[in-house]
Design a protein around this ligand. Structure first.
Ligand SMILES: [Mn+2]
Length: 362
C-alpha cells in the first residue's frame, strides 16, 4: 500500500479529518529528504507540503500541493484554508513531537479541534523501497566493521579509530554516522555507551565498536567486540572469554526466537534468560534490541514489557551485552529483518570472537 493510502486508512480508523505532520522523521517519506522545518498536511482528499523559501526548490513530490510559507502566508492561514476547502473540523497533530508552546499556539490559531496522535507506529513495517535503503545502510556498516577490525592496532587512541571508521563509512556512501561512534576498550567496555575517548588501546584488551551509517535517510546499527592482537592474545585465556561466549549464545538464541506473531518481550526474555542463568543478569541492564529505520531507535523494542507482535517487514537490532564495572564488557549486535519464516540477519561480519589485524587469528 502507498504511503498516502496507508495514512488515509489510518485517518478513517482514527475518526480524524486531517493530520498535520511536523516531525522530521514522519515528514521524510513525503518530502524525500530530512528536514526539521516545514509541514505535511494530509486531509481526506488532498496532500499538502508547506515549506519556506529554503526548501521550495528541493521538494519533488508529485501528487502534493506545494505551499510557500512566509510572512504573508502563515502556517495557520494555509492550514485553515485547506481545512475550510473540504469542510473539515478535526485535525490530528503529533503530540509526542510538538512542544507545549507550539501546541498552545496551534490551539489558538487553527480553526479545528486538535487531537494528539502518534504516527510513529505506521513506520514499523518497512516498505520495499525503505528496505532497499536499509540494506544499503547495513552493507556500509558491515564493510566498515571488517575494515576497522583489520585497521585497529594496539597503541591507537579510541578517537583515531572512530575517525577512521567514520571516514571509511563516508567513502562507502554514508551521509553521516547514524549516531556518535562508540569505541570502548579495556575497562571502558563496561560503559554501554562509551563514546570514543583519548584512551590508548592496549594489546590483549577487548574493544567494543558500536556504530552505524545513515544512507539516504535510513540508519544501520552494528556492534562487535574484538580482541586486540598483540602478545599473549590466545582468546580462550582472556578473562572475559566466558562472558563473550555467554553473550554470543544469548544473541544467537534471541535471533532464533524471532518470527512473525512472537511478542517482542519473548525475544528479550530469550536472551535475558541465558545471561541470567549464567549468573550475569544484573550486568545486562538494557533492552535486547530496538527497531531501526529513519530513526536509529524506533519502536517496537525487544524489552521486558513490549507486547508488540512481530510482523514481516519489521527491522530490529539484537544486541545483548554484559558489563562488569572496572573490568570491561561485551556487546554483540546484528540487525535483522523479520521474514515470513523467521529472521534474516542483515550483516555478514561474523559474531564469534575475532582478533584485530590482518588475519583473523584463525
Ligand atoms: Mn543499537
Amino acid at each position: 500500500m502507498t504511503l498516502l493510502a496507508t495514512l488515509r486508512d489510518w485517518l478513517k480508523a482514527s475518526h480524524i479529518d486531517a493530520v498535520l505532520i511536523a516531525s522530521r522523521q514522519n515528514k521524510q517519506p513525503h518530502l524525500g529528504f530530512s528536514s526539521g522545518s516545514g509541514y505535511v498536511l494530509i486531509t481526506r482528499q488532498q496532500a499538502h507540503i508547506l515549506v519556506d523559501f529554503r526548501y521550495l526548490a528541493q521538494v519533488n513530490a508529485p501528487g502534493y500541493h506545494l505551499h510557500l510559507l512566509d510572512s504573508q502566508h502563515t502556517l495557520a492561514a494555509i492550514v485553515n484554508q485547506c481545512l475550510a476547502d473540504e469542510g473539515l473540523t478535526t485535525l490530528g497533530f503529533e503530540g509526542e513531537h510538538v512542544s507545549w508552546q507550539t501546541g498552545s499556539q496551534w490551539r489558538e490559531n487553527f480553526n479545528a479541534t486538535l487531537v494528539s496522535v502518534s504516527l510513529d507506529a505506521l513506520r514499523q513495517v518497512k516498505t520495499a523501497p525503505e528496505l532497499a535503503l536499509i540494506r544499503e545502510a547495513c552493507r556500509i556498516a558491515d564493510t566498515t566493521a571488517e575494515h576497522i577490525r583489520q585497521f585497529i592496532e594496539a597503541g591507537m587512541r579510541e578517537r583515531e579509530v572512530a575517525a577512521e571508521l567514520e571516514w571509511f563509512m563516508r567513502q562507502q556512501g554514508a551521509e553521516k554516522p547514524s549516531f556518535d561512534t562508540i569505541v570502548a576498550s579495556g575497562a571502558r567496555g563496561a560503559l554501554p555507551h562509551g563514546k570514543a575517548s583519548e584512551k590508548v588501546i592496549v594489546a590483549g584488551e577487548f574493544v567494543t565498536l558500536d556504530f552505524g551509517a545513515q544512507y539516504q535517510g535510513y540508519c544501520s546499527d552494528l556492534t562487535r567486540t574484538f580482541l586486540v592482537a598483540g602478545r599473549d592474545t590466545t582468546p580462550e585465556k582472556h578473562p572475559l572469554y566466558e562472558i563473550y561466549q555467554i553473550v554470543l549464545r544469548a544473541q544467537r538464541a534471541a535471533i532464533q526466537a524471532i518470527r512473525p506473531g512472537v511478542a517482542c518481550q519473548q525475544v528479550d526474555a530469550t536472551a535475558r534468560q541465558i545471561i541470567t542463568d549464567a549468573g550475569y543478569g544484573d550486568y545486562f541492564g538494557h533492552n535486547t534490541g530496538h527497531a531501526v529505520g529513519i530513526d536509529v531507535h524506533e519502536n517496537p523494542r525487544f524489552s521486558p514489557t513490549d507486547t508488540t507482535l512481530l510482523q514481516p517487514g519489521m527491522v530490529l537490532t539484537v544486541e545483548p551485552g554484559i558489563y562488569l564495572p572496572d573490568r570491561g564488557g561485551v556487546r554483540i549486535e546484528d540487525m535483522v529483518l523479520v521474514t515470513a519464516g523467521g529472521a534474516e540477519v542483515l550483516y555478514q561480519q561474523p559474531t564469534d570472537l575475532q582478533l584485530t589485524g590482518e588475519s583473523n587469528g584463525r
